[in-house]
Design a binder for this molecule. Sequence first.
Ligand code: ADP
Length: 646
Amino acid sequence: MTMWGDLLLINNSQVGGKLTDLARIQSPRINSGNFPDFIRIKMAPTENTDTGHIEELNGLANAELARRSLRVSFIFIPVTLLVAKVTGLHQSAPKVVLAYLVMFLIFGLLRTIHTRDFEKRHKKNPDAWLRQYVFLTIGPALALGASIPLVYMHKGAGWDLIVCMMSLTGISAGATASLSARFKIFRLFQVIVLGPSIITLAFFASGKEQALSFLVILFLAQVMVLGRYFHKEFWSGLINQHELKIRAKSLEEANIKAQQAVKIKGEFLANMSHEIRTPLNGIIGLTDLVLESELNEQQHDYLSDVKISGETLLTIINEILDFSKIEAGGIVIEKRPFSLSRVLDKTIRPLRFSAESKANTLVVELDNNLPRKLKGDSHRLWQILTNLAGNAVKFTENGTITVKASLEGRSGDVCSVRLDVKDTGIGISKAAQETIFDAFSQADGSTTRNYGGTGLGLAISKKLVELMGGELVLNSEENKGSTFSFILEMKEVSEAKSQKIPKTKKNLTPQLSGLNILLVEDNSVNAKLATRLLNKSDIQVEWVTDGSQAVEAFQKNSYDIVLMDVQMPVMDGFEATQNIRKYEKGTGKQTPIIALTAHALDGYRELCLEKGMDDYLTKPLNPKILRETLSIWVPVEKNQVEPQSV
Ligand code: ADP
């Protein structure tokens, strides 16, 4: 059933008795259940066929009626004055002319108030507003219509009568514009204004004057046709406009829903990655431990493959997570002081072994003109360079891979730093270059088989470079090699500024043995792994499985450091940290709490610090990073200059 078909029915049902007729006047004639013939619905009606929309449409039509009427509220006054002057009626019948003027003034004032206050009055009671509007429109119409019999009786058929009739036909023509929003009001108005002229001329006049009545009938018929046409146009426009509004609204809602879905997808991926990383942490870490024990060659080989597979899986998870986060606009680029040479070193070091095994030479070129410290996102830069250099090693044999950083230019303390990753490997064909930066895209179908990979690395790198304000450009020739380049603008950090005061006193070779650590971890495999790693450094570990047990243990015993998992049942790591900090308030002590989490999200470190933790470690636990981090937080009284061997 149609929305517009219901328009009339609902309107009718809202009013009773005589008002029913009035209400019918408000809307186009519609056969119940069908679209009105004249309304060209240019778009399919939406599903929003509730009465609210019909009321809204009627409201819009009434508003337009009010707007148009307001402009001609006092039009009858100058017309009356002119007619009186031309016909001399102001002298022969001054009282009648005055009565007309006073009446038109009163009606004009009332109509002005009524239409100007439309919003308020109509909102209060739309039916009452329309009823009053009809009264204020039909009142003057009756007076206008009655003017013809009055003039005829007073002066007979002649010049005066013709002048009056001319002004009435003018008024009638003008009403096609001002009243066409409501056809029945318009029709009633026309009949009341012109009807008395037709009757007077047809029944009381004679001869030529009688024939005039036919002209008025013709005129009446013409304005009716025109009025109906304007009425149709008005309603089709109104309905189409309303449909557009509804569609725009539903599009907006759909857009909000889509954005929410993307957010939910991002959160889902983050949670999933957390869930997958946790057991992976166990697999990789424990494999590492077993690899260090007595094994025969075959066992060592098998386990090495298990470790490589685990690490590959971890890379894929990280890439998928990163990509979906970039897609959802969830990556924030940090701006912190960092050393470019360190980032290059961190990029190249892990690649040395695989480069050598493929008889490749790895070269790092660092321009001496580059400042020692720059401000930017070192982690993301490392991620981009690692991906590009990793690919360069992967696709090159017996060649050279060069990672180069140079100063392209500078303006004040802003440096344009150019980074190139060049190889002399297999190169990329022109056709593949077109799609190489798309997600999940590889040069050809055999790439995964021969070299592995997901085809996400370049897509992520390109987006990350763009987020940092640069553009990743590729120059490649098949069988000759490839160069990936980008330029980033980064601020130089003066040496004085870059020297930060450490939070606690640090020692370069702190004593880890003898430390007493509270390990809060719900996953038993991860707990076992962390305990083993810590025990290897002669660290005592007390293990609890959730936040509330941690708070309890903390109140009973004293610990040097707390390693706190974040996502745990019963009480999570954040709440536990806050409770521990509350408990410590009176004691004047602050035990270092290090977050231990599989969440590798941007801003998560900051969140941990915000929640009262002191540092942040991601799983899978890297033994070296674990040792380094712990050594930062060794209590001053336990610091002894003694080299560590873990
Ligand atoms: P992945 O390496 O995981 O497949 P990437 O997005 O990093 O995904 O790379 C996409 C594809 O681009 C690779 O599969 C490879 O076909 C091609 N490619 C990238 N870097 C190089 C390179 N240095 N030399 C040759 N081909 C490359």
